[in-house]
Design a protein around this ligand. Structure first.
Ligand SMILES: Cc1cc2nc3c(=O)[nH]c(=O)nc-3n(C[C@H](O)[C@H](O)[C@H](O)COP(=O)(O)O)c2cc1C
Length: 182
């Protein structure tokens, strides 16, 4: 893969919230995604990440209820046109053991998002449930000293997506000092 191929992959990696729930995502594939996540860097290479792969209906349903409540609050209207987490094939929860510093998880999340896209899967990084973190922790049986950072639903996309829309580099990059054009 060269840089052009990488840009193609990155520019087409989108926030996918609507899934074809008739197509399963086998454990072997989930494991490959987790492998990609674990190729990411962490502070001091401590690799304190822990992943919870959620497939059980009752667990997904409980998370779905509170996520949809928070998403509706955020949007100011009920969530429409998104696959409920009840029906998404798998939810991957990104946690970390104490001592790593919270930032170390996000390179792993991004690796997984890109790997999912490369495998033809859709995914989306979510944090809206954070307002209900205590409930999430209790549903997932997360010990008190473990941090929960992100929940990523994964499944095959229901439709095709175009490239993502991002501001051009010239608008957001500076040379030597803040504000000096690149
Ligand atoms: C830190 C972070 C938190 C996010 N939280 C949510 C979320 O809770 N729910 C959601 O549907 N999307 C969430 N997103 C996805 C963004 O809304 C999405 O990436 C953005 O709108 C751009 O869409 P695109 O990647 O398809 O271009 C989050 C993204 C980031 C980086």
């Amino acid at each position: 893969m060269d840089l052009t191929d990488l840009h193609e992959l990155q520019s087409r990696q989108r926030a996918v919230r609507t899934f074809d729930t008739s197509v399963p995502v086998p454990d072997e594939l989930v494991e490959q995604l987790l492998r990609s996540a674990t190729f990411a860097p962490t502070g001091g290479n401590r690799q304190l990440w822990r992943f919870i792969v959620v497939r059980e209906s009752s667990v997904k349903s409980q998370l779905a209820t509170l996520y949809e409540e928070e998403a509706a609050r955020y949007l100011g209207r009920p969530v429409e046109g998104q696959t409920s987490w009840r029906d998404v094939p798998v939810l991957i929860v990104f946690c970390s053991e104490p001592g790593g510093g919270g930032s170390s998880i996000f390179p792993a999340v991004q690796n997984l998002l890109l790997a999912a896209h490369a495998a033809g899967l859709g995914s989306v990084l979510t944090t809206l449930w954070k307002a209900r973190e205590q409930e999430v922790r209790s549903i997932l049986n997360v010990p008190a000293d473990i941090e929960v950072h992100a929940i990523v639903p994964v499944g095959y996309p229901q439709r095709k997506y175009g490239r993502n829309k991002r501001r051009p580099v010239a608008e957001v990059a500076y040379r030597d000092r803040y504000g000096t054009p690149w």
